[in-house]
Design a protein around this ligand. Structure first.
Ligand code: C2E
Ligand code: CA
Ligand code: CA
Ligand code: CA
Length: 280
C-alpha cells in the first residue's frame, strides 16, 4: 500500500487494494499451515517404459486449508516465492519426502526407488542450502540415490557460478539432478554441457498435442535423441492416453508420468494403485 500521509492513500485502486489484501491473507494462511502442519505431499509415479515398473515418484505439495479443502500449488507457490515463505515450505517438503523414504528403509519395504522433489529459486539460492541438504539426509539416514531434485531452468540462470558450484556438490553427494519443464525456459544447451544433470523432464505442453501437431512431435523426438546422445535419462510429463504412450515408447523415451498411469495421490493410496496394477 502506498501511503502518503495519514489516511491518505494515493494511486491505489480498489482492485489493487483487494489484490494486496488477498496476498496478505494467503501469506497468513501459509504461516498457519506451517505452524499447524497443514501441508501434505501427494506423489505421482514415474513408470519405466521398458520394465513397466514404477521407478520413482514426484512429490507434489498440497495445502489442506481449513474450511476450503485442498489447495493446489499453482495457487500459493508464487506468493510463497515472493514472500520468502517458500524457504521454510521447501525445507518442510524435503523433510517430509525424506521421512517417507526413511520409513521405507526402516521397514525394509521399498516399492519405489526414489522420490523427486521440486526446488524453488529462493530455496536453492539459500547460502546454507547444501549443508541443509546434508543435515536432512543424515538426520533421516537416507541414501543419496533415493532422492532426486527437480530444477527449473529459472534456477539455473540465476547466479550461474554459484549454482554450478552447488550442483557439483550435490552430484558429489550422489543426489540425482533433473531439469524440470524442459523446453519451456531458456533451454540453453550450455547447461546440458556444463552442468552435472542426470535427467531431462519434457514439459507436458509438448506432450499434450503430440498426436496432432507435427512440430511438437519433432521437438519431442529431438529432445529424446538429445538426451540419449548425452547419456541422460529422459522422462515425459503429462501422458494421458495410450497413443501418446505408444509414440513415446517407440521413440525411446525412458519413463513417463501422467494421468494415463496415475494422478498424484497420498503415498498410502498410491501404493495400493501400484499393487493393483502389478497384479493385473
Ligand atoms: P510440475 O513440477 O511441472 O508438476 C507437474 C504438474 O502436472 C502437477 O501439478 C501434476 O499434478 C500435473 N500433472 C501430472 N500428470 C498430469 C497429466 O497427465 N495431465 C495434466 N493436465 N496434469 C498433470 P500440481 O501438483 O498442481 O503442481 C503444479 C506445480 O507446482 C508443479 O509443476 C511445480 O512447479 C509446483 N510445485 C508442486 N509442488 C511443489 C513443491 O513442493 N515445491 C515447489 N517449489 N514447487 C512445487
Ligand atoms: Ca516437477
Ligand atoms: Ca514439470
Ligand atoms: Ca510446470
Amino acid at each position: 500500500v502506498k501511503q502518503s500521509g495519514r489516511n491518505n492513500y494515493k494511486f491505489v485502486t480498489p482492485s489493487l487494494q483487494k489484490e494486496a489484501d488477498e496476498r496478505l491473507s494467503v501469506q497468513h494462511g501459509l504461516h498457519d499451515a506451517l505452524n499447524r502442519d497443514l501441508f501434505e505431499l501427494f506423489y505421482q509415479p514415474q513408470i519405466n517404459f521398458i520394465t513397466q515398473a514404477v521407478s520413482g515418484a514426484e512429490a507434489l505439495i498440497r495445502w489442506q486449508k481449513p474450511n476450503s479443502g485442498l489447495v493446489y500449488p499453482d495457487d500459493f507457490i508464487t506468493i510463497s516465492e515472493e514472500s520468502g515463505l517458500i524457504v521454510p515450505i521447501g525445507t518442510w517438503v524435503l523433510e517430509e519426502a525424506c521421512r517417507q523414504i526413511s520409513s521405507w528403509n526402516t521397514h525394509k519395504k521399498q516399492l519405489i526407488s526414489f522420490i523427486s522433489v521440486n526446488m524453488s529459486v529462493r530455496q536453492f539460492q539459500q547460502k546454507n542450502f547444501i549443508s541443509e541438504m546434508q543435515r536432512i539426509m543424515l538426520n533421516h539416514n537416507i541414501q543419496p540415490q533415493q532422492l532426486e531434485l527437480e530444477l527449473t531452468e529459472s534456477i539455473l540462470i540465476h547466479n550461474l557460478d554459484e549454482t554450478k558450484r552447488k550442483l557439483f556438490e550435490l552430484r558429489e553427494m550422489g543426489i540425482r539432478l533433473a531439469i524440470d519443464d524442459f523446453g519451456t525456459g531458456y533451454s540453453s544447451l550450455q547447461y546440458l554441457k556444463n552442468l552435472p544433470i542426470d535427467v531431462i523432464k519434457i514439459d507436458q505442453s509438448f506432450i499434450n498435442d503430440i498426436l496432432l501437431d507435427v512440430n511438437d512431435r519433432a521437438i519431442v523426438q529431438t529432445i529424446i535423441s538429445l538426451a540419449k546422445n548425452l547419456n541422460l535419462w529422459v522422462v515425459a510429463e503429462g501422458v494421458v492416453n495410450q497413443e501418446q504412450y505408444e509414440f513415446l515408447k517407440e521413440k525411446g523415451c525412458d519413463s513417463y508420468q501422467g494421468y494415463y498411469y496415475s494422478k498424484p495421490m497420498p503415498m498410502a493410496e498410491l501404493l495400493g494403485v501400484i499393487q493393483d496394477k502389478n497384479s493385473e
